[in-house]
Design a protein around this ligand. Structure first.
Ligand SMILES: [Cu+2]
Length: 167
């Protein structure tokens, strides 16, 4: 192998490494030479705190006033880059709340930063569903995504979904 060939080879390795870091160790083991080659983004080490995405994932509000359902996330599961969510808001009895104010607020706890901007307003669809986004998760890692709900009577509640953006 000549010096020129070596340089090209190293360049190719460098160009490939971000893809290799995207959640699996496919092809990464031989090039990396360290550990088992599995790259886990910051904050994603503790699987127990992460939500497992599926359409219709729902959670009761911390304040007991609402139930919020992540009807569909695009991409699903959520990932680095542009995300669009449809969320559904119901009261504790399961009745859709069509005229709430909804904000989605992504926070990366492990790095102590928000998204930019810090929150995204939901666009009410009139049936209890709210479209949010596109909102950008700027980097791989664990994002704690709070959905803040303000009810027509002024009551507030919130749920948090936690996802690993593998990048
Ligand atoms: Cu970060």
């Amino acid at each position: 192998m000549t010096i020129q060939h070596l340089a090209v080879f190293i360049t190719l390795l460098a160009a490939c490494s971000p893809d290799d870091d995207a959640g699996t160790n496919a092809g990464g083991g031989a090039a990396g030479g360290a550990g088992d080659g599995v790259f886990v983004p910051d904050g994603c080490e503790e699987e127990a705190v992460l939500d497992v995405y599926s359409e219709g994932l729902s959670r009761d509000g911390d304040g007991g006033l609402v139930k919020v359902t992540l009807s569909i996330a695009t991409p699903g599961p959520p990932d680095k880059g542009e995300n669009r969510w449809t969320v559904r808001v119901e009261d504790a009895g399961g009745q859709a709340i069509a005229d709430a104010t909804v904000f989605v607020r992504p926070f990366m706890e492990v790095h102590g930063h928000t998204s930019n901007p810090a929150q995204f307003a939901g666009d009410a669809q009139g049936d209890g569903s709210y479209l949010v986004g596109p909102f950008i998760l700027g980097m791989a890692g664990r994002w704690d995504i709070t959905i803040d709900v303000t009810l027509p009577d002024g009551g507030t509640d919130a749920v948090v979904f936690r996802f690993c953006a593998w990048g």
